[in-house]
Write a protein that binds this ligand. Sequence first.
Ligand code: 13P
Length: 254
Amino acid sequence: MSANYTSRKRHLIAGNWKMNGMLQEAEQFVHDLAENPAPDHIEVALMPPFTLLHPMAELLSEKDVRLGAQSVYCELKGAFTGSISPLMLRDAGCHYVIIGHSERRDIMGEANELISKKLNVAWNNGLEPILCVGEHLEERQDGETNSVLRQQLSVLEDAAQGVALTLAYEPVWAIGTGLTATPAQVTETHAFIHEELSRLGHDCRVLYGGSVKPDNAAELMACPGVEGALVGGASLQADSFSNIVQAAASVAGA
Ligand code: 13P
């Protein structure tokens, strides 16, 4: 593991709105967020539902906030009812796309084979994947965390080195539950993920996700190997999201 991996990239605070958000709420959110701009050393991104991508791109123009999507299909166009193409996401102004979120793995049954295809289609069409990995509670209790993460990260084995990539470690038991991994668990797990990433030739930024809130963000962001957060529930209100950005800024250093 390289010793200075934490300082290579700007920290990213990304808000995953999941299946939440109406147009009027998005307008208010962007208006309120603009009152508290992020410091230069913190990157901010929002992943609203697909219906809000085009209007959000417009609302966010002139603001230093990147746009991302929560998912993508692995084909460019055609008879795939209900799916969204990477070309459409680019057309809507997306930079990021979340791939492999545990809700898509567990609820929609997405597994490594499809996740690999999605990664490739994202890279081939100018999107930066935020690849999510994380173990279930029983897997952690059974001491299987590292083997689960290694298996999830194996989708990167055949990927070209140097591709645009952000990782997010989201322990499934911490998502939407109010439970967070302890700083010791976060530090240990991020170190393992960074080691695996180095071995696979993808020495990229690793975010933490799972009940990140304004009152725990600074402690989580201060853990070695944590280079930002993927925020769910607390990203739905501009003030709590801004407070997380400010907390991250205070520990990330300029
Ligand atoms: P919560 O912050 O609501 O736990 O969600 C985390 C998450 O799944 C972000 O992708």
